[in-house]
Write a protein that binds this ligand. Structure first.
Ligand code: GLN
Length: 188
């Protein structure tokens, strides 16, 4: 199984390391040809606006939109979740829009800056999470399952084979969410 990690900006390297530790081939995605033969795609955290601009410059927007439309499993973390979301409350643009959630940028909980916390995840128990200027999930559509909450608010969601987290799982030693995503990729 080969998993791609968008690598134009942000925490790509850490995701690649997590996948490698799980024994999976992980490739950085920098150009359209890198999408060939992928079983899944991770959209890392970073800065969504910068990522979008760089994806556009790399000619990746069309090919990515197409791949997502065709059902390529995807895992968006933090900025990656913002790129997948249907709507962003405090931003005029909408990006790929394939995950039926409404997000607010730079908004998690009572703190705007970074913090670590345990997130309660369905079926997995407590999972460590790093929040860095994280988005908040303000609403989820009928096909979206809330898998994880922090402080009562949704922070991990799934719609079919699309997974979204408001936090950075790749900055902890815990590989369970990557493993969970790989299972979604296996089911294709
Ligand atoms: N604040 C960033 C954004 O709006 C996301 C932060 C992150 O990915 N850690 O894109």
């Amino acid at each position: 199984m080969k998993i791609g990690v968008l690598a134009v900006q942000g925490a790509a390297r850490e995701h690649i390391l997590c996948l490698s530790r799980l024994g999976v081939e992980a490739v950085p995605v920098l150009r359209p040809a890198d999408l060939a033969g992928l079983s899944g795609l991770i959209l890392p955290g970073g800065e969504s606006t910068a990522q979008w601009r760089l994806l556009s410059r790399a000619g990746l927007l069309g090919p990515l939109q197409e791949a997502l439309k065709e059902g390529l499993p995807a895992f968006g973390t933090c900025a990656g979740l913002i790129l997948l979301a249907r709507e962003i409350t405090n931003w005029p643009e909408r990006y790929f829009g394939v995950l039926d959630v409404v997000v607010e940028r730079n908004a998690t909980g009572r703190q705007v800056d970074s913090f670590e916390a345990e997130v309660k995840v369905e079926g997995l128990g407590e999972v460590p999470a790093v929040f860095i200027r994280a988005p908040a999930i303000r609403a989820v559509g009928p096909k979206v399952e809330v898998l994880g909450r922090y402080d009562g608010e949704p922070v991990l969601v799934r719609q079919s084979s699309i997974l979204g987290a408001t936090f950075h799982p790749e900055l902890t030693e815990d590989l369970r969410l990557h493993e969970f995503f790989l299972n979604l990729c296996g089911k294709g």
